[in-house]
Each structure stands twice: as structure tokens, then as C-alpha cells.
Write a protein that binds this ligand. Structure first.
Ligand code: SF4
Ligand code: SF4
Length: 328
């Protein structure tokens, strides 16, 4: 973030102190301990590691307009996670009783090790959640997915992103010809009795009830067995304006907002990422912040045990004020 010069714009004859005071006004989301107003910044401690996410890599068959991680067919800022690295982290968490292993991308099924990684987690008796767009990369693995379904049943869940319950809005975000292949993938999963879920959005001006009802009608018409009324089967994210100003979260905010640090994603999850140019994967606070060094917590789960300082606009916009959770 740019630091402003103290000597700039001092009017002749005016007291320099007033100008200094204005110039010294701190910018938001700079100091991990205090906010721009000098208040104690909120932190979130790791209550219990319930979900360990692996970023499988940023490559994706799509290039969605608002992809928060800027995935695309050419972005490999997060390189493919390897089954060998996943095995190392599964060994580390072995005794920690972690319920769920999540895989997110990019498109996880583009990673050549995806089946080995899923199977490794299932064999360790974890529940596994894979976030997919259910398009061609997933369909290439049909035979292996049917085998995993047969061997491990409902411990494997595939959650499919549907940006909206209308083709028009979905394709405006995801690109032309992204609607039918997604629906076809969902129908295949449903017909083969996979544990499935969907992640959608409710647009501004659309209530959660309206959105759930419209998604429900879509699933029924398509023969897709997802209960749109159940928030664990259809996760709905509100539409967010990433450019809008957000307040910083202070220690006082929990009481004022009636929210708890324990309900934030980073109270119960961590994510493993392998950034291009780095020799090995690192553990970060959450799925939303794979690149920010302030949220890089170490190279083992043990090192990533500490409290997270909510020093990023996403913390306010998506979590404390927005109520997002990536986990099912
Ligand atoms: S499908 Fe998901 S990961 Fe791929 S570009 Fe779209 S939002 Fe990003
Ligand atoms: S973005 Fe959310 S989950 Fe991530 S560190 Fe901030 S509050 Fe925690």
C-alpha cells in the first residue's frame, strides 16, 4: 500500500500540524494489531481443525468473470498439488481427528493426481468434499468416481457451483455454453447416487427464500436430487461488491454485531497451497486468501495453529459481515 509523503501539499503559512494529522491518517487493513482508527483489531483463534482444504491448483477449464482466485486455463499461480504432498499432510493430521478434507481449485478434476488425493483422504476415514464445475474435466473421471462411490459411499461429496438458477446469469458469469454441460454433470452425479451439493448465489434484490425456491424448481425439473431448502445441500452466497468500502473488524465488533469469532471459517479450517516458485506447499488461514503473506501461517499444520488477525477486506466483506463459509 502506498505511503503518502508528509511534506506534500502543505499550504504556505498554514500550520503544518493539521496537514500532518490528515496525512498521517492510517489506511485500512495495514497493521495486523490495530485498525486505521487505532482500535484493537479482531482476531480469530483456531477452535478446532474441522476441515483441511487443499488448493489443487488455479488452472480451470473456465475463466469466470468474478472468480475470486482468478482461475483460468492459463493461470498456474497455484501449481498442481501432488498426491505425495497431500499424503504428508494427511500423516500429520492423522491423530487430530479432522472430520473433513476439502479440495478446491481452479477445477480440481484438472489435477492429474486428483483421484489419488481423494482416495488417500477417504482411506484415512475422512469425509471428502470436492468443489467442481461438473464439466468435462470431471466427466473424464467417471469410471474412477463410480469406483470411489462404490467403495466409500456418501463419505465423498461433490459440490457443484451454479452461479444462478437462470442460464442467462450463470453464463454471463461463466461464459457461453457453460450451463448445459454443468446440468448434465449434475444429472449424471444424481443418477449415480453420489452425495451431491450445490453452491449458488442470491442476487441483490432476491431473497434467500426466493432463490431457494427457484433453485428447487430447477432441480426438480432436471431430476437432480438436491434439497434446495437445506442450507447444507444448497449453499447460497450473497452477491458481493468486491470494490465497495468495508469497515475494519475490531474486538468490540463481536459484541456489537452479535457474532462470534468461533463461527468464522478460520476458526475451524486451514488450506494448503503450493505457490508457483516455492519449493513446497504452505498452510494459509483460509480458502479466501491464498497469496497474502499476512495469512501464510507456516509449512506444517502444527505451525498454523495460531490466531488469525482479521487484516483483510475479505474478513469483513465475506466472513464477519457476509456470513460466508466454504465448507458444507
Ligand atoms: S469454475 Fe470456479 S475456479 Fe474455475 S474460473 Fe469459475 S469460479 Fe474460478
Ligand atoms: S477471510 Fe474470513 S476465513 Fe479468511 S482469515 Fe479473514 S475472517 Fe478468517
Amino acid at each position: 500500500m502506498a505511503t503518502r509523503s508528509l511534506s506534500r501539499n502543505v499550504p504556505t503559512g498554514a500550520s503544518p500540524f493539521a496537514v500532518e494529522a490528515e496525512e498521517l491518517a492510517r489506511e485500512k487493513f495495514v497493521d495486523p494489531l490495530v485498525t486505521a482508527k487505532g482500535e484493537a483489531r479482531a482476531t480469530v483463534g483456531l477452535r478446532k481443525l474441522d476441515t483441511l482444504w487443499f488448493a489443487t491448483g488455479t488452472l480451470c477449464n473456465l475463466a469466470c468473470a468474478n472468480c475470486y482466485i482468478e482461475s483460468s486455463p492459463t493461470n498456474d499461480a497455484l501449481i498442481y498439488m501432488s498426491a505425495q504432498h497431500v499424503a504428508r499432510f494427511l500423516d500429520e493430521i492423522g491423530p487430530l481427528n479432522v472430520r473433513e478434507i476439502g479440495f478446491t481449485g481452479g477445477e480440481p478434476f484438472m489435477n492429474p493426481d486428483i483421484i489419488a488425493m481423494i482416495e488417500g483422504a477417504l482411506r484415512c476415514q475422512h469425509e471428502v468434499l470436492v468443489l467442481s464445475n461438473a464439466m468435462k474435466p470431471m466427466r473424464r473421471h467417471e469410471a474412477e468416481l463410480l469406483r470411489l462411490r462404490h467403495d466409500h459411499g456418501d463419505r465423498l461429496t461433490i459440490r457443484v457451483s451454479i452461479d444462478h438458477h437462470t442460464q442467462e446469469v450463470h453464463e454471463a458469469e461463466r461464459g457461453p455454453n457453460s450451463w448445459e454441460p454443468m446440468l448434465d454433470g449434475l444429472r449424471w452425479l444424481s443418477a449415480n447416487h453420489f452425495s451431491i451439493a450445490a453452491a449458488g448465489r442470491s442476487l441483490a434484490g432476491e431473497t434467500q427464500e426466493q432463490a431457494r425456491s427457484a433453485y428447487g424448481a430447477l432441480f426438480e425439473a432436471q431430476g437432480i436430487a438436491i434439497d434446495a431448502a437445506d442450507p447444507s445441500c444448497l449453499v447460497l452466497f450473497p452477491e458481493m461488491d468486491a470494490a465497495a468500502d468495508v469497515p475494519e473488524i475490531t474486538t468490540e465488533c463481536w459484541g456489537i454485531l452479535g457474532k462470534s469469532p468461533d463461527d468464522q471459517m478460520c476458526a475451524s479450517s486451514r488450506m494448503v497451497v503450493h505457490r508457483k516458485g516455492e519449493p513446497a506447499p504452505r498452510v494459509v488461514a483460509c480458502t479466501l486468501l491464498p497469496y497474502d503473506p499476512g495469512f501464510d501461517l507456516g509449512d506444517t499444520i502444527a505451525e498454523a495453529n495460531g490466531a488469525v488477525s482479521l487484516n483483510h477486506p475479505h474478513c469483513a466483506r465475506f466472513c464477519v459481515l457476509g456470513g460466508a463459509s466454504c465448507s458444507a
